[in-house]
Design a protein around this ligand. Structure first.
Ligand code: ADP
Length: 374
């Protein structure tokens, strides 16, 4: 029995799970919120972690390792690492690339190392899996001196999820991951696509930041960078453009709600804005499926995961609509059958498999930490 304590530390919250990596069961889980705010669960991350330890009680003694979710590993971290002071410094160094997330992750790491000093702590990075991308996919065509100075390149995110889901997809297909060409569509509140060749990420839709790519709950995904310049010339500040693209775009901007269930309900009721939002959402997904089919030079499976990908059969069908000529088809009965398990939804004998594979980032972090300290 190996138990890993998984910590996801935000600027004002600490989410945690104690995971048994053998049974894959969650032993316990919880959340501290509004850290440092009046009426919040704790004054800061350090006192918050003492509250968490208190809640763990006697279970704390069973922890073999602590796994920390870290958003940005820059070009420094290409895999999970055991945390020491040098790793903390490295996470600090790349904080400029994720100014909202990395400092919060680091606060959680420091607090947890103080609270649980006798077990190894492991950092698992959202970006690490995508460090295998070839330079052609990672490089933006701007002045290379500027890129070098500011660390500008495609990093990609959701890597822990993409890697986990790819592994489960291979198990479901009964084939070695090393032999498979996969497109994983992580469609949640945040969304990204990844092209995975032989278990390695070769391209992904998020970029320097998690703003690029697919249409998300509140994020625009891809726009002409000239849109930013045009708006700034029209008088919007940098902060206003930031808020527009990160917080008031995507489904929210197009249809008035960031929650896909609201958007599909509105579209079903005849709302034209919601219908267009779904069309834009699906159009963007097909754009990436086509691109990644070309980059992979073949395709064994398309894999749907995350809140929308796992739960919305109608949207899975909508996303791949019209791709039958590429061998991509969905069986209506299989797609519509309710299930929480990994499953095949393409017709029997289809040239490309279409799968639904539930993601589990906490389990993936726990497994990565357990593997590293074993
Ligand atoms: P996060 O990125 O916050 O982890 P999730 O992966 O939980 O997000 O996905 C949240 C999204 O999934 C929301 O837009 C929600 O509306 C959507 N979703 C969940 N269940 C359904 C469903 N049955 N039909 C359509 N959308 C769904």
């Amino acid at each position: 029995m190996v138990r890993v304590f998984v910590v996801n530390s935000g600027s004002s919250s600490i989410k945690y799970q104690l995971v048994d990596v053998v049974s894959e069961k969650v032993v316990l889980s919880g959340l501290l919120e509004r850290l440092g705010q009046p009426g919040g669960d704790a004054a800061d991350h350090e006192s918050g972690m003492r509250v968490v330890l208190d809640r763990l009680g006697s279970e704390a003694a069973s922890i073999a390792a602590v796994g920390h979710r870290v958003v940005h590993g820059g070009s420094v971290f290409t895999a999970p690492v055991v945390i020491d002071d040098a790793v903390e410094a490295g996470i600090q160094t790349v904080s400029a690339l994720a100014p909202l997330h990395n400092p919060a992750n680091l606060a959680g790491i420091r607090a947890a190392r103080l609270a649980l000093p006798s077990v190894p702590h492991v950092a698992v990075f959202d970006t690490a899996f995508h460090q295998s991308m070839p330079a052609a996919a990672a490089t933006y065509a701007i002045d290379r001196a500027v890129s070098a100075e500011h660390g500008i390149r495609r990093y990609g995110f959701h890597g822990t999820s993409h890697q986990f889901v790819a592994g489960r997809a291979a198990a479901l297909l009964g084939r070695p991951l090393a032999s498979l060409k996969l497109i994983v569509l992580h469609l949640g509140n945040g969304s990204s696509a990844a092209a995975i060749d032989g278990g390695r990420s070769i391209d992904t839709s998020m970029g320097l930041t998690p703003l690029a790519g697919l249409v998300m709950g509140t994020r625009s995904g891809d726009v002409d960078p000239g849109v930013l310049l045009h708006l700034q010339r029209a008088g919007l500040s940098g902060a206003e453009v930031d808020a527009l693209l990160n917080s008031r775009s995507g489904l929210l901007g197009l249809a008035g709600s960031a929650d896909m269930r609201d958007v599909t309900a509105a579209a079903a009721a005849g709302d034209a804005d919601a219908e267009l939002a779904l069309d834009v959402w699906a159009h963007r997904i097909r754009h990436y499926v086509g691109a990644y089919l070309a980059q992979l030079g073949g395709l064994d499976a398309v894999v749907f995961t995350a809140g929308i990908g796992e739960n919305a059969a109608d949207l899975r069908a909508r996303a791949l609509d019209g791709l039958g000529h590429l061998g991509l088809a969905i069986d209506a009965d299989r797609n519509g059958a309710p299930s929480r398990e990994a499953r095949v939804i393409s017709p029997e004998g289809a040239p490309v498999a279409v799968l639904v594979v539930p993601t589990n980032e906490e389990l993936a972090i726990a497994q990565a930490a357990a593997a590293l300290v074993a």
